[in-house]
Design a protein around this ligand. Structure first.
Ligand SMILES: [Fe+2]
Ligand SMILES: [Fe+2]
Length: 507
């Protein structure tokens, strides 16, 4: 059988089946001597047709059966006679035919309704499944950087589209930017430009077969990315207060030419979920910014106690984060290190100014007081309410003067007792202390080193000498690898050109 014939057979199997039964019944009817008694067998194809084909085709089948029987009765009326007259035969066929049609209509109708109901149920459960998939993403993923690409990906799948973009409306800067743009990089557009701009401005939903026909569609991106935007569904995202906060843009329907009414309704429902996620992310961003800025202010307050330590905690944070990235710590660990570094010297608030600002070597009592600052850091930070993910910050910050050989302070903890974060802080802290100018002279044991930053070559040799004694060897190695970047970060400002050059000449 040819492929086309096979396909035709598979596609029309139900009609062919019904027709076969109908023809079989008719042929048997043709050969049977007492045809009238056999007429009820015609209910068989009609019942089957009503089940498979619905009302209209069943009705056609019933009429075909009746015609067939009428033709038989006309051609050979005697084969219908069974102790009855011609008029009796006519009435009998009439009654039979009416019931046949009635049965076809009732059963066909019931089956049509069933099918429609089933179709609605399937569509509904599909919709529910999509909503569930999107909302399960919302509930399971707390990291918004992962959440939005996930939602957008599921949305593209649900809409059976080629790609979707999520734009954020930034009224302050009068622009829109893509929080998620599948297959392309970030786009920034002035508010009001292109299709999204129009949606942002008017709040209307734009649903078109071919975006290129829109006068305000900008072909620039299509031409740049060698892409052809055809069908497009673009919808505003509104927050609970009714303010437009973003735009969702779905491009190129994969099954069909355009996004139909059902697609639009589906997206409308999903956009409500995206709106909630967006609002939450804005709130989280704001919370995070305000938390971080208060910590930074606190950190700067300590540094500001002495004009020459200004910026110390900030630079320690920068160096510590560079090391953390160098040894591939994850985002959460980097965050812990950031806050520990910003706050590591907060305990200095509790040191008397006569000690803290002293110009000259410390007496044993003064040294002892100065050395209480890490413990004071811990006491202060333990009173601070950190979110659960930052609970280790007080301890990590408190251990920044501990040494891996156990000869540090305040506790004299050893290598395996020290958190990795503290080991990173220790290197970053010492590096900044040695490379920063001091108003009071530096002392290296007995030797007076002067007010100026220690030469870089000397700092590096101290770090190398203390590798495995004061410092964790891996952290020193990582620091030496990022040192050029650390110097570059403050070239010409904290590190004068000649200070760096003097060192690079020795390499
Ligand atoms: Fe310190
Ligand atoms: Fe410090």
């Amino acid at each position: 059988m040819g492929k086309r014939k096979k396909n035709y057979f598979v596609k029309h199997f139900e009609q062919i089946f019904v027709l076969t039964v109908l023809v079989s019944v008719s042929i048997i009817n043709y050969y049977i001597p007492y045809k009238l008694a056999f007429l009820n067998f015609y209910y068989l194809p009609i019942l089957i047709a009503s089940y498979y084909l619905g009302r209209n085709q069943t009705l056609s089948g019933a009429i075909l059966c009746i015609l067939w029987v009428v033709i038989y009765a006309y051609l050979s009326p005697e084969s219908f006679f069974f102790e009855q007259t011609r008029s009796n035969l006519f009435y009998n066929i009439m009654a039979w035919g009416s019931f046949l049609i009635l049965a076809g209509i009732i059963l066909g109708n019931a089956q049509d309704n069933n099918k429609q109901f089933l179709k609605n149920q399937i569509a509904l459960s599909k919709k529910l499944a999509i909503h569930l998939a999107v909302s399960s993403g919302l509930n399971s993923e707390m990291d918004f950087d992962t959440l939005f690409p996930l939602i957008i990906h599921r949305l593209t799948e649900a809409m059976k589209a080629e790609r979707t973009s999520l734009f954020i409306i930034d009224e302050e800067n009068q622009e829109m930017w893509t929080k998620v743009a599948e297959q392309i990089g970030e786009i920034r557009l002035p508010l009001g430009e292109g299709v999204c701009g129009r949606v942002a401005e008017t709040g209307e939903t734009i649903n078109v077969k071919d975006a290129w026909e829109l006068p305000y569609f900008s072909k620039e991106f299509d031409l740049k990315y060698n892409f052809r935007t055809k069908s497009m569904l673009c919808m505003p995202i509104t927050n609970r207060a009714g303010k437009r906060i973003g735009i969702i843009q779905v491009i190129n329907k994969l099954e069909g030419e355009y996004f139909n009414r059902e697609d639009q309704e589906l997206l409308q429902g999903l956009v409500a979920q995206v709106a909630i996620a967006l609002e939450n992310s804005f709130l989280m961003d704001e919370l995070e910014v305000s938390f971080e800025s208060s910590i930074r202010t606190l950190s700067a307050t300590v540094d500001a106690k002495h004009p020459l330590t200004a910026g110390h905690s900030l630079r320690v944070t920068e160096y510590a984060l560079m090391i953390a990235r160098e040894i591939n710590l994850d985002k959460e660990e980097q965050e812990i290190i950031k806050y520990s570094a910003l706050l590591h010297d907060i305990g200095k608030i509790g040191i008397h100014d006569s000690v803290l600002l002293k110009d000259g070597p410390f007496s044993p009592e003064e040294r002892a007081e100065m050395n209480t600052h890490p413990a004071k850091t811990e006491t202060i930070l333990e009173k601070f309410h950190f979110p659960a993910r930052l609970k280790t910050v007080p301890f990590i910050a408190a251990c920044h003067h501990e040494k891996v050989n156990g000869q540090g302070y305040p506790e004299g903890l050893k290598d395996e007792q020290l958190p990795l974060g503290s080991k990173i802080l220790a290197v970053a802290d010492v590096f900044d202390a040695l490379t920063s100018p001091r108003e009071y002279p530096k002392y290296d044991g007995e030797k007076k080193l002067g007010f100026n930053p220690m030469p870089l070559a000397k700092v590096v040799s101290i770090l190398k000498k203390e590798r495995g004694h004061q410092f964790d060897p891996n952290i020193v190695d990582a620091f030496l690898r990022i040192l050029p970047n650390a110097l570059e970060l403050h070239r010409g400002t904290h590190f004068p050109e000649e200070y760096i050059n003097k060192y690079t000449e020795t390499l």
